[in-house]
Design a binder for this molecule. Structure first.
Ligand code: BDP
Length: 650
């Protein structure tokens, strides 16, 4: 058992009776999945063109029981493929399949993974080995994992993928690479998985040898048109481009005093004749402004309505950067005349890499509490997939890939039900296992928030790799907005970033009622207190204790929870195979150690400012601050640390 079968582990000796009058690569897949695995009454797959099915769209479907068995129906074979995986999921999760009357359609037409994979095989912020894409071997050698990847995505409704890093290498668009991309697209196509690429805005200069990449230069626009033509001649259903421009040193239209809209529209014009789209990222910030949290809004809001209709602006869920908790980005709701999509981070850059168990569905659901699902056009997730045998490094990180797909299909699903489904398919449907483990998953993200940065604290991670605490970090000459003190602002008076009207006034970017709520320290939800306020150490919290005491309690709570997770895992040992039990257990031990490390580091560091003592019920630190301040992990931005590297409780 190495985890490689993900959530797709049903017995394949069923030999079911399946009827399908049409033939196509997609329907072949659907039929053979059913034949191998379905144990119920005969199934037939049918294309319909009635009003019900038309309203469900090409990816929607029905599943209905009748006298002679079950009928899967859709206006297209894509829908029949998704219906197949739905039916098989019902069986795997032991649902009643006697009388089915199901109608489904996806909430978004684009449900896309963003791989931050580099052409040299490394993965930026990837913690599950190297890239799945073996560029050196392609297109001649095709790893069986390419198809397994497409199948896994189809089984959860993901229908699109960006193969390469947003920090894009221009070579991606060179002809030899495009031929490799074509080979992948050919494998993915029957699984309804469309290929997209991240592009470097300076490509016309770097590979096209032009003197400029100015989007208003006709030669530049022409270069892109030629390139797009070449791509579509190889991959007729190519999806389009994802662009990170004028962000963290990447080239972009602003280099030529053009706007993001001018840059995006030039690419959109090139893609338009083929039905391709541009996903243009709003992740921009510069050290010269006073509050990073405000900058994407300041830059993009004035451009509302200026983008062509095949551009979607891709916005991270929060205004800063995938922190364990952020309020939603105020761009959502503010760009009334521009299609927007949300970008979630599935890979755990800021949540303990693949060492920590953190089930992220509750975090994404939190976003949808503030942002209406129907107000966005598409949904993207930064992938946590690599070439390790279990795909995601941590066996429980597979749940985040799974949950991303399920929520992209239907953001109304509950985190609990997704966890249950995933557990039943991945481990066992036994309730003795599911109940405690679902409970552990449901608490896991909040546990991370508690032991890393509770009450709205953010970005106090170690420099560069973002694993472990470094609230004290100073690097001579570094951009201030890359240093933790920029965010936590700890001083003798208190803690937190003042984004109220007395500070940066970032609150004003939210709709009035929310702006008022966040602006007042008395009505601001406590989970965002230090995000929006510089609160005095003695500030009275809702439960009557001081900020300092409450901060200490959250850190302690986080530690306690990780210990409970170890206990839970111990209790469910009889239900799990030894290999996966051991692998998860080893990482839960690391997580518990790390939680204590975070608690000690942050509390000892902040205590230097608060000058207050630890409440009685808080465990005394086991580490010394001086020692923790010397910890330097020898890892890059694409590795998880091994246990030997981490400070341990003696
Ligand atoms: C940050 C990562 C960095 C990415 C960047 C992005 O630290 O590696 O390149 O986001 O999203 O979270 O572009």
């Amino acid at each position: 058992e190495n985890g490689s079968r993900l959530w797709l582990r049903q017995d394949t000796t069923a030999n079911a009776k399946v009827e399908c009058s049409l033939l196509s690569p997609t329907l072949d897949i659907a039929c053979s999945e059913l034949k191998r695995t379905w144990k119920g009454t005969p199934v037939s797959l049918e294309l319909f063109n009635d009003a019900t099915h038309t309203a469900l769209g090409p990816e929607g479907y029905t599943i209905r029981s009748g006298k002679n068995g079950i009928t899967l129906g859709s206006i297209s074979e894509k829908g029949l493929l998704y219906a197949t995986y739905h039916l098989l999921r019902l069986q795997a999760t032991q649902q009643d399949t006697q009388s089915l009357h199901i109608e489904e359609r996806p909430a978004y037409p684009i449900r896309i993974l963003n791989h931050w994979d580099n052409l040299d095989g490394t993965i930026e912020r990837g913690y599950a080995g190297h890239s799945l894409w073996k560029w050196d071997e392609l297109p001649a050698t095709l790893s069986p994992r390419y198809e397994a990847y497409a199948r896994a995505n189809a089984s959860i409704g993901i229908n699109a993928t960006v193969l390469n890093n947003v920090n894009a290498s221009p070579e991606m668009l060179d002809t030899p690479y495009l031929k490799k991309v074509k080979a992948l697209a050919d494998i993915f196509r029957p699984y309804n998985l469309k290929v997209y690429l991240s592009v470097n805005f300076a490509s016309p200069m770097i590979i096209g040898k032009l003197a400029t990449a100015d989007p208003l230069d006709p030669q530049v626009a022409n270069w892109w048109k030629q390139k797009v033509h070449e791509i579509y001649s190889l991959i007729p259903d190519f999806g389009g481009f994802l662009v990170k421009a004028n962000s963290e040193g990447q080239p972009g239209p602003c280099d030529y005093h053009r706007t993001h809209a001018e840059g995006a529209n030039m690419l959109a014009e090139a893609l338009k004749p083929y039905g391709g789209i541009v996903m243009w990222r709003a992740f921009v910030y510069s050290p010269s402004d006073n509050d990073r949290a405000k900058q994407a809004y300041l830059e993009f809001h004035p451009l509302d309505g200026k983008f062509l209709d095949n551009v979607i602006v891709q916005v991270k869920n929060g205004p800063i950067d995938f922190q364990p908790r952020e309020p939603y980005s105020p761009l959502f709701g503010a760009m009334k005349h521009t299609p927007l999509m949300v970008e979630f981070q599935v890979t755990q850059e800021y949540l303990g890499h693949s060492n920590h168990l953190a089930y992220l569905a509750p975090m994404w659901k939190e976003f949808f509490q503030y942002v209406k699902p129907e107000s966005i056009r598409a949904i993207a997730g930064v992938s946590n997939i690599g070439d390790e045998s279990n795909w995601c490094g941590h066996d429980f990180a597979q749940a985040n890939w799974y949950a991303f797909g399920r929520l992209a299909w239907n953001p109304e699903l509950s985190s609990e039900s997704i966890a249950d489904e995933w557990l039943a398919q991945t481990f066992t449907a036994n309730p003795q296992f599911i109940h405690p483990v679902e409970d552990m998953m449901m608490q896991s993200r909040e546990a991370v928030v508690d032991y890393m940065m509770p009450l709205g604290l953010h970005h106090i991670f170690a420099w560069g790799h973002h694993y472990g605490p470094e609230p004290w970090c100073t690097i001579p000459g570094a951009r201030p907005d890359w240093l933790p003190s920029y965010y936590h602002q700890a001083d003798r008076k208190g803690l937190g970033f003042d984004r109220s009207h007395t500070g940066s006034n970032a609150v004003a970017q939210y709709p009035d009622s929310l702006a008022r709520m966040f602006d007042s320290i008395d009505t601001c939800p406590e989970e965002f207190l230090l995000w929006f306020h510089h609160a005095p150490w003695t500030h009275t919290m809702n439960n009557g204790t001081t900020l300092w005491e409450e901060l200490c309690r959250h850190y302690q709570h986080g530690v306690d929870k990780t210990r409970n997770f170890c206990q839970t895992w111990e209790e469910v040992k009889p239900y799990v195979d030894t290999e996966r039990w051991n692998a998860v257990n080893e990482r839960l031990q690391i997580q518990t150690n790390d939680a204590v490390w975070w608690k000690d580091a942050c509390l000892l560091y902040f205590q230097q400012f608060s000058k207050m003592s630890f409440p009685k019920d808080i465990e005394r630190p086991v580490h010394k601050l001086k020692k923790l301040m010397k910890v330097k992990l020898p890892i890059s931005n694409y590795e998880r640390p091994t246990p030997e590297m981490l400070p341990k409780i003696k």
